[in-house]
Design a binder for this molecule. Structure first.
Ligand SMILES: [Zn+2]
Length: 269
């Protein structure tokens, strides 16, 4: 799947999940908390592809997400790819093939998803304000890059960086109290998980079972069979899937926000 589809799926899952919690579990969130959760989950849904490196020195290539903050994120992607490849070789079994690139390995596993979600929560709890602002800045940058890809491409990474910094600061200034915000960690983790599911419906698949060894393979790629797998960049992805995700997001957002707007104008439903 391409970056924008991943980001959109993160946003759609967060919004529909929040709507379900609101309806059936009586768990309500403020409009700002909803917006932050949605942006962080959309950003988190791009995060695993930070293992797709480009050419740092020439500021080229890499996944959508790797270009978010120009050469800085390309450098992070380079490191993530090499670390992933290192973990691949350190844990590979006899029937796992040789590879020369770490893309779609470590960052596309369930332990990584849990680690990132837990790590985010731990950072926010330990460092409070500054961790929250930094993580929001990073995740909002990824979300802007994914959700508004054409704008981001035209505007360039400097504008994207400035926009995310402004959004992160505004959010922090308006979120109540100086506390840990475990919701941010949950949103990042859910985003990573949604990314893995998105890659699972493509032919290449993901090593979802890692680190469980199956038939002398630790890194078995699990994906849909050729006939029904989603082709990256196909009409099914760019038109059908994105339309469905957009409609879901809009319906959930309306369902979440409409009651309080109506209430404000004293309209009972
Ligand atoms: Zn991926």
């Amino acid at each position: 799947m391409m970056g924008p589809s991943h980001a959109l799926s993160g946003a759609a899952v967060w919004l529909t999940g929040s709507w379900a919690l609101d309806q059936f579990a009586d768990y309500h969130q403020s409009p700002l908390a909803l917006a932050v959760g949605t942006a962080v989950c959309a950003g988190g849904a791009l995060f695993p592809d930070l293992d797709l490196s480009g050419k740092v020195t020439r500021n080229q290539g890499g996944a959508t997400v790797a270009r978010t903050f120009g050469v800085f994120s390309l450098f992070i992607a380079e490191v993530m790819e090499k670390v992933s490849l290192g973990v691949y070789y350190a844990t590979k079994l006899s029937r796992d093939p040789r590879r020369n690139n770490g893309h779609r390995t470590l960052t596309h596993t369930l332990p990584f998803t849990v680690l990132v979600g837990w790590g985010t929560t731990a950072l926010c709890a330990a460092y409070g304000k500054w961790a929250v602002v930094s993580i929001l800045f990073f995740m909002i940058g990824l979300a802007l890059r994914g959700l508004f890809d054409e704008w981001a491409e035209r505007a360039g990474w400097v504008i994207v960086t400035l926009a995310s910094a402004a959004a992160a600061w505004f959010t922090f200034a308006n979120l109540p109290g100086d506390r840990g915000y475990p919701m941010i960690g949950v949103a990042v983790g859910v985003g990573c998980f949604v990314h893995i599911l998105g890659d699972m419906i493509t032919k290449a698949g993901v090593p979802i079972l890692w680190p469980i060894p199956i038939k002398r393979r630790m890194w078995l790629m699990v994906g849909l069979p050729n006939g029904i797998a989603l082709r990256t960049g196909s009409k099914a992805e760019v038109i059908v899937l994105r339309t469905v995700l957009t409609v879901l997001s809009v319906l959930a957002a309306v369902g979440l926000v409409a009651p309080s707007v109506l209430h404000r104008f004293n309209i009972e439903v």
